[in-house]
Design a protein around this ligand. Structure first.
Ligand code: PLP
Length: 397
């Protein structure tokens, strides 16, 4: 059997049509396949490679830490310098109330931890979340999933989960003194890059304050500069009680985190003791990689340049077959006619050397989220490939 056949046989499949390219190398914004063909990573490995792939300083941090020590003990027992140093750096870049980090293995585990923390603190169970939101695939996080199609086969899921529309008055009205937390993305990713109004976010914050409800921001996709500021919430001046990070947090290594005030976080250490246990969460190699990646992000001017690059997306993404484009920073959802067309255009983009995809709840939209280090010229080339691919797909009709 060749590698492709072995992949289909032995690697659990989650879709009938995986992209299925055999990749052998990645550097900067490029990924190379086994035949030497070069692709632009137009989605940053789903919002992970914000500083690009294989940055030499990240590789060095990984190698050094791997040589020193890897896993030693379950989370939180030994003092592990890479964890402490990364938590310090992260909290220096956050408002003073977000001062204590719980590192996890993944984004979904961060969501799980945050939901538990909210229940533990408030002694309430009602959780408000949003239609067309994705927060992860574990059963707690899946309970929050914003569409019954994905939830239904896995019921029973968590009770007392209330789905409401993003940006709606219903969401504000649903928050009451039985609510533990509201969990939301400051820009809804999988809905197709949907922004809320600042007024709405502020109203949610006020209602949470009024009823002593915890406000949780999932910045697993929006974090690390994607929308033009380090954290998307900076653009609204609304500070959450708990912040969720993942994806780019690990600089290419697996890492998630939920971050809150230490007074809140301390409740995980009693009644019960060990309120959240993880073996590999905050792995020292992941923390070393993540810290190096954040330092690289801060040393460069990439976040400031997002505004100019956003304008390039606005100016270049025009075509008679494009129905609409939602943009938030270096992040776009390009709406086409339907899922079938979107699939064909995404496939044609790959043929033309651009990796892209669609969105879970916006299957008629092409996803564009290249690394923040993408130059203006490279970004124009990305837009040109999308337009060319649309033309090629339509020329076949
Ligand atoms: N939250 C958001 C907004 C995400 O986009 C994702 C993953 O795509 C998650 C949570 C779950 O993260 P992970 O895949 O690391 O469990």
């Amino acid at each position: 059997m060749n590698l492709r056949q072995l992949f289909l046989q032995h690697i659990a499949q989650t879709s009938p049509a995986p992209i299925g390219l055999e990749m052998v190398k990645a550097a900067g914004i490029y990924i190379y396949d086994v035949n030497g063909k070069k692709y632009i990573d137009g989605i940053s490995g789903f919002s992970v490679a914000n500083i690009g792939h294989s940055h030499p300083k990240v590789i060095e941090a990984v190698q050094q830490q791997a040589a020193q020590y890897m896993h030693l003990i379950v989370y939180g027992e030994f003092i592990e310098q890479p964890q402490v140093a990364y938590a310090k750096l992260l909290t220096e870049k956050l408002p003073s109330t977000l001062n204590c980090v719980y590192f996890t293995n993944s984004g979904a585990e961060a969501v799980e931890g945050a939901m538990k923390l909210a229940k533990r603190i408030t002694n309430r169970s009602k959780i408000i979340c949003f239609n067309k939101s994705y927060h992860g695939s574990t059963q707690g996080a899946l309970s929050l999933m914003g569409d019954e199609y994905w939830r239904n086969s896995f019921r029973p899921l968590l009770p007392d989960i209330h789905h409401v529309d993003y940006n709606s008055q219903d969401a504000i009205d649903a928050i009451d003194n039985t609510t533990a937390c509201v969990i939301l993305e400051p820009v809804q990713a999988e809905a197709g890059v949907v922004k809320p109004t600042i007024k709405w976010l502020q109203a949610i914050r006020e209602q949470c304050n009024k009823h002593c409800v915890l406000m949780i921001f999932d910045e697993i996709q929006t974090g690390f500069g994607r929308t033009g500021s380090l954290w998307a919430f900076e653009q609204s001046n609304v500070v959450p009680d708990i912040l969720l990070l993942g994806k780019a947090l690990g600089g290419g290594m697996p890492l998630g985190a939920f971050i809150a005030d230490k007074r809140l976080m301390d409740t995980l250490s009693y009644n019960p003791v060990l309120g959240h246990i993880t073996t590999f969460g905050g792995h020292p190699v992941s923390c070393a990689a993540g810290k190096a990646a954040l330092e690289i992000l801060m040393e460069n001017n990439w976040i400031n340049e997002v505004e100019i690059k956003e304008k390039i997306l606005v100016n270049k993404l025009h075509h008679p077959q494009i129905k609409n484009v939602n943009i938030a920073g270096l992040w776009a959802a390009i709406e086409l006619q339907d899922f079938e067309t979107t699939q064909q255009v995404a496939h044609q983009c790959v043929v033309n050397g651009l990796i892209t995809d669609w969105f879970l709840f916006a299957t008629n939209c092409i996803r564009i989220a290249p690394p923040l280090c993408t130059t203006e010229e490279q970004l124009k080339a990305i837009c040109d490939i999308v337009i060319k691919s649309i033309n090629e797909v339509y020329s076949k009709y």
